[in-house]
Design a binder for this molecule. Structure first.
Ligand code: ZN
Length: 260
């Protein structure tokens, strides 16, 4: 894990990249920020987390880090030890953690619940939605520290890296660390995960709908091994893709409101 601090004071802000090693956008954003060395009025910890997985361009080496929190310094697997090390490093910090996805090119945020943090920050980040996970996605970072997790765009694309750099600047502006960037407030729809949409581990599947757009009851939304999946009731697909997860297509969510 590589930790560098921008600014002189005790950091109360952190930006995090490469919790998943095959999602390099956050690392590009961190490198860009460290190259530019902008004058910050609050110190910022910049953390590249899973360097081992990053070097191999894999999501993780032993266990999925973002399902391994809170971790344990004496655990057998590398990622479980790394989870504990990261939480220690993030103590006392408000954090932006950057990911990328196979589901959608437009940035969105993932939070534990819509709390004052999400309400205060998300409308100032360029994003198309905020997803509340509840407890449907395992032991991720959002359950253990004050963090906004952002999916910056499609995995491995230049656009995701550009988006990540912009989200970092917006985050550091709204939290008062940068003062020479202007941010606009947007209206951001919120969604809550309702259920997983499972998939067969082998065979063909096709997602037939677009993430964040409502699927009406009776509409076919995916095909798996030539079998059509039809919506029983209305839902919003989120994090849906053919290849993003091994055992699921994504999630069915509900619209819950709008921030900003
Ligand atoms: Zn990720």
């Amino acid at each position: 894990m590589r930790v560098e601090t921008l600014g002189q004071t005790e950091p109360r802000l952190a930006i995090v990249g490469a919790i998943h090693g095959d999602e390099p956008c956050g690392v590009h954003a961190i490198e860009q920020l460290l190259d530019e060395q902008p004058a910050v009025t609050k110190a910022v910890k910049c953390i590249t987390v899973n360097e081992r997985a990053l070097d191999q361009n894999v999501r993780y080496t032993e266990t999925d880090l973002n399902r391994s929190f809170p971790g344990d310094p004496d655990a057998e697997t590398y990622e479980e030890r790394l989870a504990a090390e990261l939480l220690e490093e993030l103590q006392g910090c408000l954090t932006l953690s950057m990911h990328s996805t196979q589901s959608d090119e437009r940035p969105f945020a993932i939070v534990d619940t819509i709390d004052s943090l999400a309400i205060g920050i998300c409308p100032f980040l360029s994003m198309q939605g905020v997803i509340e996970t509840g407890n449907l996605i395992g032991q991720t970072l959002v359950h253990h520290t004050p963090v906004i997790e952002v999916e910056c765009g499609l995995q491995g694309t230049d656009q995701a890296a550009v988006n990540a750099a912009r989200l970092v600047k917006e985050f550091l502006t709204i939290t008062g660390a940068l003062s020479d960037v202007s941010v606009e407030q947007h209206r951001v729809p919120t969604y809550r995960l309702r259920e997983r949409i499972p998939k067969y581990r082998t065979g063909d599947c096709d997602v037939l709908v677009r993430n964040f757009e409502p699927v009406l009851a009776g509409t076919p939304y995916a095909s798996m091994n030539d079998r059509m999946l039809v919506a029983e009731d209305r839902f919003y697909p989120v994090l849906m893709s053919e290849t993003g997860y091994e055992r699921q297509l994504g999630y069915a969510a509900e619209r819950t409101g709008t921030l900003g």
